[in-house]
Ligand binder design. Sequence first.
Ligand SMILES: *Cc1c(COP(=O)(O)O)cnc(C)c1O
Ligand SMILES: [Zn+2]
Length: 418
Amino acid sequence: MSKKSWFSNLKCRECGRLYEKEAIHICEFDFGPLEAAYDYEAIRGVLTREVIESRPKSMWRYRELLPIDGDPTVGTQVGFTPLVKSDRLAKKLGIRELWIKNDTVNYPTLSFKDRVVSVALSRARELGFEVVACASTGNLANSVAANAAAAGLKSYVLIPANLEQGKILGSLVYGTNVIGINGPYDQVNRLCSEIAGKYGWGFVNVNLRPYYAEGSKSMGFEIAEQSGWQLPRHTVVPMASGSLLTKIHKAYKEFVDLGLVEVSDFAIHGAQATGCSPISTAFKRATEMVRPVQNPETIAKSLAIGTPADGYYALRSMKETGGSAEDCTDEEIVEGIKLLAEHAGIFAETAGGVTVACAKKLIETGKIPSNESAVLCITGHGLKTQEAIIGKVGEPRVIGPSLREFEALVADEVAIKS
Ligand SMILES: *Cc1c(COP(=O)(O)O)cnc(C)c1O
Ligand SMILES: [Zn+2]
């Protein structure tokens, strides 16, 4: 890989002012979010389908479109997760063609957050940070802890104290500093902003957020490449802060602009849990005012962000592409997890249940027409949120180690070969 950087500046999404590539995330003039800007003319000359295909199968095969200066040093093997066609789930949900972008098997911590952390920590090292940190609903904490451990960076992860055991253990095991906060995510996040200002740490989703957020584009790049260099007609994306959805949109637009995919209609749809649905509620009310949710109440804790930083931009992405938003109850989330497991053989966490359940509604209501094709973004592994389904997927039937007991058990279910 070349050492040249195609990443030129940070740029305010509101006023377009350019900033140096530092650990800053908000415009001084209008408080607009800063975003990475690139020299697309230069990229057009180097980044072809052939070049990408010749590279290792990781998210870094799109390196020119990710915001670091040198070669990546953290999470170099992250990404390029399977895009799986599921005819059985397609039939069950009543759609012609269905694909699962399976980030439950993302390396190393089994969620799409490894993508954002790979970029944020590679950039943190370039900027000279020795301590990295995050405010997290669980998966980000796991990924920061693991990738910081591998890179030899000191880390602090701040989480709501009431997260699932799998998410808490999945941070503690790496020897990071786990700090549980008594309060919802928004209060964790506010505290992290204060700490970031005072301690000079690299907070991946606060002062390093412009770098972090761009990592999500790799999921969109991979979907397009794995679809045979085409954009899917429909993409369903779970929303917490709304960042992933906006970055999949940006990824698709960049590929169109660079001529890597044909121009075609594509719609991006957002999925939330009803118990914390500030973005889908605003969409349904046809307003761009995202009203904060004070006390999120849902088993989809990874998506429980009451004041979504990118809610407004996610609404714009959905509207601009002709997508829509849905939300679903806790019961529907569990049903979604089971539908995906029983028909596609994929065990997703609660956020995956949200995506499947909302996709089901979008198909039922014709927002995703049944004769078209859709990709569902499944973003985290089910072993991390076992609480959500304990007691809801049956129990093993226990017998002694005897053939007689076994046959009594299955007598009604299977015919014995004679
Ligand atoms: C963080 C997360 C998301 C989406 O997060 P955004 O803040 O909207 O980018 C989706 N699924 C899972 C499992 C997550 O952990
Ligand atoms: Zn600005």
